[in-house]
Write a protein that binds this ligand. Structure first.
Ligand code: HSE
Length: 452
């Protein structure tokens, strides 16, 4: 059988990795797919550079629409990124009857409902293994490997840039700004790192995992997103002393209503810095690596670890999608794996809960005047709110920060770990504690997950 022909839109880091791995492993891939898979056409604005990368045997054009219009192309790989032209091209490729492979998490997290509906109507596949956690086959695991399970929760380190920054902050005791500059110099962080450090990239990925895990539409606009920019070295150190590490986690959970906690049925979808017990495997994922923990009712806890970015790791995921499509494109559309794991007519309308209804535990740090009765007032407010305390630590403010408060009221840091409560309840308690005259600075609140 003649090879299936693939058109590539954008030959940057991932595109060139895809081209190279397809060439290098072509025999092995053909034995698996049942026929050869060849990139025969590439669109890139820098035609000369692209032609140099792929050699004379491949047609290179500057106009992506020429690839979509080519009747010999069966699969289009979109590696342009962003919501702009990439969205138009993906929809045009679908309309032209092409199957699409994309690494574009932003596009799918925001416009996935429209794109998957268009693909289903046209009977083509949109595959996106590379969109979440790079080379880790987490989409395949959630959609197929764990299909027997009622998935309960997912928690992942799904942004390598921020994990690198947090690892460095912990190792070297440095503050965020210093490590960000180092990460940029080393190429781990982009010149404009906003999407990574503000948690947006991780929220795109968490949104996709949530949809597949629970059979709900992609709803990035409902995700709670908080990045790592406000984290201080002191909190990382205090967390360590309490047996925890701080990681930026993408979390999604199925939640049953709990009248006692005042919470309703729904799904939690959130990205924020999080304390996790240092003894958990995922707490020990360092540098730019990614890891995802999935809890299913039958399988229990499973952990997936690997490179979340980079040329060939991401190419590995892109090519896995090419092989899937090559195997399945002649199958009746009804017998293919649904885009979001659940049949389109069996999707759930379970709502994404607002952050005020999320149930979690907390790390609080209060910079207080070191005077009699402060701790009693603080713990009294928590008790009054029905929030149970798990641990308390008190440290002289200058013990960690090196600050010396000559001539001032002696200050101390009070660190409190709580048990689970509803976020709205914690918000109210924090507002009350903040109003105490002895609380000298804005209270630091970091959420905590035991991941047990
Ligand atoms: N910028 C992402 C990260 C890689 O740092 O993990 C691509 O998703």
């Amino acid at each position: 059988m003649k090879p299936i022909q693939v058109g590539l839109l954008g030959i940057g880091v991932v595109g060139s990795g895809t081209f190279n791995v397809l060439q290098r492993n072509q025999e092995e891939i053909k034995r698996r797919a049942g026929r050869g898979i060849e990139i025969t056409m590439v669109a890139d604005l820098n035609v000369a550079r692209a032609q140099e990368l792929v050699g004379p045997g491949v047609t290179v054009v500057s106009d992506a629409r020429a690839v979509i219009a080519n009747p010999d192309i069966d699969i289009v790989i979109e590696l342009i990124g962003g919501y702009g032209i990439a969205k138009s091209l993906v929809l045009e490729a679908i309309a032209a009857g092409k199957h699409v492979v994309t690494a574009n998490k932003a596009l799918l997290a925001v416009h996935g409902t429209e794109i998957f509906a268009a693909a289903s109507a046209k009977g083509v596949m949109v595959a996106f293994e590379a969109a979440v956690a790079g080379g880790i086959p987490i989409i395949k695991a959630l959609r197929e490997g764990l299909t027997a399970n009622r998935i309960q929760w997912i928690a992942g380190i799904i942004n390598g840039t921020t994990n690198f920054i947090l690892s460095e902050m912990r190792d070297k005791g440095l503050d965020f700004g210093v490590v960000l500059k180092e990460a940029q110099a080393l190429g781990y962080a982009e010149a404009d790192p906003t999407f990574d450090i503000e948690g947006i990239d991780a929220a795109h990925k968490a949104t996709l995992m949530s949809a597949i895990a629970f059979g709900v539409p992609v709803q990035f606009d409902k995700a709670y997103v908080e990045g790592i920019t406000k984290l201080g070295a002191a909190d990382i150190k205090y967390a360590e002393q309490l047996g925890y590490r701080i990681k930026l986690l993408g979390i999604t959970k199925r939640r049953a209503a709990d009248a006692a906690k005042g919470s309703s049925d729904g799904i939690e979808l959130r990205v924020h810095p999080c304390l996790i017990p240092a003894k958990r495997l995922i707490a020990n994922v360092e540098g730019a690596m990614n890891a995802v923990v999935v809890q299913g009712d039958a399988v229990g806890t499973t952990l997936y670890y690997g490179k979340g970015a980079g040329s060939e790791p991401t190419a590995s995921a892109v090519i896995a999608d090419l092989v899937d499509i090559t195997r399945l494109h002649t199958a009746d559309a009804a017998h293919r794996v649904p885009h979001l794991a659940f049949q389109p007519n069996a999707m759930s309308n379970l709502p994404v809960l607002p952050m005020s209804e999320v149930v979690t535990s907390y790390y609080l740090r209060l910079r207080v005047a070191d005077e009699t009765g402060v701790l009693t007032k603080v713990t009294g407010i928590l008790a009054e709110a029905g929030i149970s305390i798990d641990a308390v630590l008190q440290r002289e403010a200058d013990e960690i920060s090196g600050e010396v408060s000559l001539g001032q009221v002696p200050q101390t840091d009070v660190i409190i770990l709580t048990h689970d409560c509803v976020e709205a309840c914690m918000n109210a308690a924090i507002a009350q504690m903040q109003a105490l005259p002895s609380v000298l600075e804005p209270i630091t609140r970091i959420r905590k997950e035991e991941l047990a």
